[in-house]
Structures are given as C-alpha cells and as structure tokens.
Design a protein around this ligand. Sequence first.
Ligand code: 6R9
Length: 645
Amino acid sequence: MSEFPIHPVPPHFADAHINAKTYAALYQRSIDDRDGFWADMATEFLSWDQPWHTVVEGDFSKGEARWFGGGKLNVSYNCIDRHLPERAGQTALIWEGDNPADSEHISYSQLHERVCRLANVLRARGVGKGDRVCIYMPMIPEAAYAMLACARIGAIHSVVFGGFSPTAITDRILDADCRTVITADEGRRGGKVVPLKTNVDTALTSCPNVHTCLVVRVTGSTQAWQEGRDIWYHEATTEVARECSPELMDAEDPLFILYTSGSTGKPKGVLHTTGGYLLQAAMTFKYTFDYREGEVFWCTADVGWVTGHTYILYGPLANGAISLMFEGVPTYPDAGRCWEIVDKHQVNTFYTAPTAIRALHAVGDAPVKRSSRDSLRLLGSVGEPINPEAWEWYYRVVGDSRCPIVDTWWQTETGAQMITPLPGATDLKPGAASMPMFGVELALLDEGGAEIEGAGAGYLVIKSSWPSQIRTIYGDHQRMVETYFSHYPGYYFTGDGATRDQDGYYWITGRVDDVLNISGHRMGTAEIESALVLHEDIAEAAVVGYPHDIKGQGIYCFVTPMDGVEPSESLRAELVALCATEIGAIAKPDVIQWAPGLPKTRSGKIMRRILRKIAENEVGNLGDISTLADPSVVDHLVANRVHPE
Ligand code: 6R9
C-alpha cells in the first residue's frame, strides 16, 4: 500500500451525479435488491422496443447468465436514432488524425446516415442477423461506423486490433467463421503507414469462406484487388439508401466477439450480448466519468481492445455524448501531442493507460506545460496497475492537482468497469482501483478458496452475475466454464490478485496466471512460446514477464535450441521477427536467454516460478528447487542471466 497522501473529493465535485452518500445507498440497493436496481437502470439508460419479463436468470456457478429475458432493443438505435430529436446537429464523434492538421466533427445525424448506408451495403452482400464480420481497421471514423452498422443489422462484429499480423487475423477469422471483412487500404500511425489491406490479403489466402472485403480508402495507395470479393467502401456506400431499419434484437442476442489472451492455448473469443452489455457500458460511463451534457470525452484506447469498444463507442454514444477518437500515438509528432489535442478540442475527460502515462512522465513536464489543459475536469486510468509515482505525476502535472483520477479495473470478460473510484464519492488513494461499481459483488479468496474477511490479500473473484458478464467463449463454452467458473466453484475467477485495505479499498496487484500485461495489452505466455517453437532450430521455450519501467511488464524468453544448433545474433533476430509475424509487434521479446535446459519437475512440468525469479533478478531467493529433475540447470540459467536494457 502506498504512503502517498489521500486526495479527498474536491469541492467542485460536490454536485456530481453520485456522492458518497448516494454511492453507499445505491450500492447497497444493487446488492439487496438486484433485480429492482437493474430494472430501474435498464429503464433509465436504454430504450426498449419490447420490455423484458425476467431481469436475470441462470446458474451463476455454471457461468450462465440471461439478462432482460424477453426484452427487445437495438444497440445502434440506442446509440444514434433515439438521440436525433434532440441532438441531430450535435457532435457525436470528434476524429483527430495522426497528422495534427487532420480532424473532423461527425454529428449524430451524419453518424446516422453513414451507419445506415454501410448497414445497407452489408445487407446487400447478404450479411444478416447472427453473421460474423471481421473488422481490421485503423482508428478512423469508419471503424465506428462498421461496428454500429453490424449492430444495426444484428451481425456480430469481431474487431481485430490493427497491429495484429496476418496469421493472427486468419486465426480469428477462421475461429468465428467470419465471411465478411471490413478494412482499409492502409492505416496511419505515428507518421508511419500500416499495410492493412496487404495483411488482410495474406490472411485471406487461408480463409476460403470470406466472400466480401470492404476497403476504406485512407492513403490511396495501389492495392491488389480480387474482383467480386474486394469492394471500395466509398463506392458501395453511395449506391445504397441513406435509411436502414434497425433489426429487432433480443436482449441476449450476441453483439460482438472480441479475442483476448488467456493463460493457455490460443486467444479466446469472448462473447457479449446486446442488452446487458449496453446497459453496463452506458451506466458506468455516466457515473464513473460523471459525464455532463455537452462534455468532450477522450479515451485513448484502440477500438481493437475492449476499452475502445466500451468507452470510445458504446458507453459514450448510448449517453448521447461527444467522444473523441484519435488515429495516432501520444508521442507523435512529439510528446506534447495529447495535451495539444486536449486544448484543441477542449477535452473535459481524458482516459488512458498507465504505460502512456509513464512514457510521457519519462520525458518530463515541459511538453505538458506547453498546453493550458484548462478544459480538463477528470482523468482516468485503465489496463494495468498504476504505480503511485506515475499516478502523482498524472494528478499534479497533467491535472494541475485539480482533476480527480479514476483508476478503473475491469476486463474484456467483464465488458465494463467493475472497480473504480467515483469522482464525487470516493477519496482517492494513489494506486488503488478502490471500490466496486454498483451491482458488483467482490471477494478475495485464499489458496484454499475460503473468503478472506476484512483487510487482506488474495485472489480477486466476483460472487454474482452482472449484466455485461461474458456469456461464452465463441465455439467453446466448456473452455469458458473451465477458465472462469471452475477454479473456485460458485465464483467468477478474474485471474488477478488484489489486496483490500482497512477502508475496504481494493488494490489490484496483477495477474496470478500466465498472462502478461505488456503496455496494457494482454498476452498469454503460451502464445509467445508457440510462436518461438515454430522455428526449426528451437526445441523448447518458456516465457515469463519481468518489471519494465514503461511497459509495466517486459517479455523474457528462455529458449532451448535444437541439439547441434549454435545460438547466434541472427537466430535471435529471427525469433523476434517470428513473434511479430505470428502475433504482432506487441509480442516481440525484450530478452532472449539461451537455455541449454529448462528447470522441470520430475513429471516434466516447467517451474515458471524459478524462471520468473531469474527474469526479475531475484536470484538470491529461488525457493525450493529440490523437486527439480536436474537442479544444476538453474545454476546455468542464473549465471547466464541477461540484463534487460
Ligand atoms: C479493460 C482491460 C484485463 C486485465 C485485468 C488486469 C489488468 C485492467 C486495471 C488492471 C490494475 C487496473 N487491469 N485494468 N490492473 N488496475 N485499473 O484492460 O481489459 O485487456 O481484458 O485486460 O488488465 O490484470 O485482468 P483486458
């Protein structure tokens, strides 16, 4: 726990939507009268075409959850159409390009027309309710239109992060059997171009079922073209009607699939449904960010991650908010870019990841001080634990000690924020995700699975269903049950460790499984290991994380070459490149240590605990190694430890 001082709720948040008293009362009600609470929220936040008959049913211990059974609604109607009477001319999206000279305001009525046109194009290509559509896009408004167009016609979108490689795209397209892909010729990021269409072309050589590839023209560079399959977005959307009737969806109809990394095997397609997901996205957006009419909200995430889904798109638009979408990176053209954008668009709330905060902190205060940031009212953090030093810098320098910071803990699987301070209700402790959101029942378990009472540390679990809960892993429901609901029967297992202090604040300590968090991106050690052993010269690999100043965690690989293969710099470079082509640049190893042998138990299990200690340079404290088949391999690994740069 940190020795940093507590920051009380500032006086200018006295009239926030939620204060300390209303938080306590509403939280209590959300637990004591769960159905009544969520029924009220569903009425307040969403427009239903048909009311539900049952708020929630299903056996939580089996991972079953059906919310708002019988209810019907459409997500794109809720995010666009219903706002038109009041906000047709109001900005829905502000797009800021990679190039500081490029930006665009898109009003709710423009959003409506563009989403309808794209939805009509999709329908004309035979895409309908329940069909899966892969979206592989840069951060341009068309990415938002694509997601909303899918929602409009009941198609299930599967957004694949634009930094992923062709192999990763293929895996995801095949897993969900997507038949349609929406992409762009190229993307722009930090002054560089990303060859999106070329990547898709490569991916599609192994995806025979894809009949349509819609391509947005961004840079205008020449592209290979497969007649019949490839279609220019700008041409197709002018040939269709500007109105498109929204598909009536059941509350439990799927809305999207989003792949995320787990501790074993290949990435899993987390599936979210319509009513519950949108409700929790909308409610958390309003309360966590204390969103006020007309404010400009900026979430820096990519739409390829869940944070982009929930807090660039669905949460803000369900509230009729103004959401800023940024094509570029925080350090281009220089480290002052974010604060320039804040001033340019008068941003009121800025929501980013600790890795960005640490990177900007590292270059000093000057780029921040060049801007006024007077419009800022609130700051947010998400994606990984934030160290109190970075928190204090963010608070003091970026927020001029005036803006509360909401450190929001949640996951792809939870769909929306689960633990967070509320700016008008919670005194802030730097580094603490703080308090459960309404309707979220938390517990900490010890090794044996018993609940820890009061202050203590343990495995973070959730005790009862919430509306935006993961419904299944696409195509593998059993894996969903095993991953989240079988470790501790009756509880949802988050994979995170946490401590709870004497005031009931939660402090997330990080993953307790074999999942790394690299710059806020989840990465399974197993995925990186599988990529490394694809190389014909490699016999075996074990990957662990180690603390990294900027990225939070770095990737440390212990690699055993085949007999007779001499490790070399060129082999090292090939392995790094292999991770990039198999997964994406974010999976590039930071350290590769050649390991003639790995520490294994007599039954052949790699003892990662020992490898982690070596990577973390905690070699004085390796613990019991007597159960190893050959304890001498440890001495070799310790002696040849590579010091990360
Ligand atoms: C939203 C998102 C989820 C994992 C999660 C945890 C880590 C997210 C955090 C945090 C500490 C926070 N995490 N927010 N750790 N404090 N405020 O990031 O989803 O990509 O699925 O990652 O990220 O380890 O389990 P996702």
